[in-house]
Design a protein around this ligand. Structure first.
Ligand SMILES: CC[C@H](C(=O)O)C(=O)SCCNC(=O)CCNC(=O)[C@H](O)C(C)(C)COP(=O)(O)OP(=O)(O)OC[C@H]1O[C@@H](n2cnc3c(N)ncnc32)[C@H](O)[C@@H]1OP(=O)(O)O
Ligand SMILES: [Co+2]
Length: 139
């Protein structure tokens, strides 16, 4: 597996609306995308562009959202995961598992419309790592 670019840093928040001014007004972000629901993943998502990556603001959506527990422990929200691009998500999953890392579930379509997996923080030095199949980019 080749580790690709840092696609985004996931930041969990109790309210995307309340988080946007931090990135827009305090940090001067110039491009904040429309928020959208991702019910299959139990989150509402809002991407904030940075010059070389993105911040992915995620807010719980529904009673079974996977970030509810995180927000119980971190009521203000906080850095939740990092997402790296990989060429092939299935090869990445197989390789992680072959190396003994716990992959959480099967590849599923993420917020950028390509399949993603998550690797358990226990095997990643305490960091929840998301791997995302790199979108096809025109050269
Ligand atoms: C896919 C859409 C979008 C995209 O980019 O396309 C997203 O990124 S959505 C992001 C939200 N979805 C997920 O996070 C799915 C994967 N996550 C999970 O399955 C869970 O959150 C899991 C298993 C990582 C944690 O489960 P839970 O929240 O129930 O907490 P636990 O008590 O079971 O945690 C076990 C252990 O892990 C530590 N932990 C939990 N969350 C994190 C985290 N974000 N970063 C680092 N460590 C984390 C937790 O403290 C526990 O450690 P312990 O020492 O046992 O207390
Ligand atoms: Co993400």
């Amino acid at each position: 597996m080749t580790l690709g670019r840092l696609n985004h840093v996931g930041v969990a928040t109790p309210s995307i609306e309340k988080s946007i001014p931090i990135y827009r007004d305090l940090l001067g972000a110039t491009k904040i995308h429309e928020a959208f629901d991702l019910p299959a993943q139990g989150v509402r998502v809002c991407f904030v562009d940075t010059p070389n990556s993105q911040i992915e603001l995620i807010e719980p959506l529904g009673e079974t959202s996977p970030i509810l527990k995180f927000l119980e422990k971190n009521p203000l929200g906080g850095q939740h995961h990092v997402c790296f691009e990989v060429p092939d998500i299935h090869a990445a999953k197989a390789e992680m598992e072959a190396k003994g890392a716990k992959v959480l579930g099967e590849p599923r379509i993420g917020a950028h419309g390509t399949p993603v997996i998550f690797v358990h923080p226990k095997d990643m030095g305490g960091v929840l790592v998301e791997l995302m199949e790199a979108p096809k980019r025109e050269h």
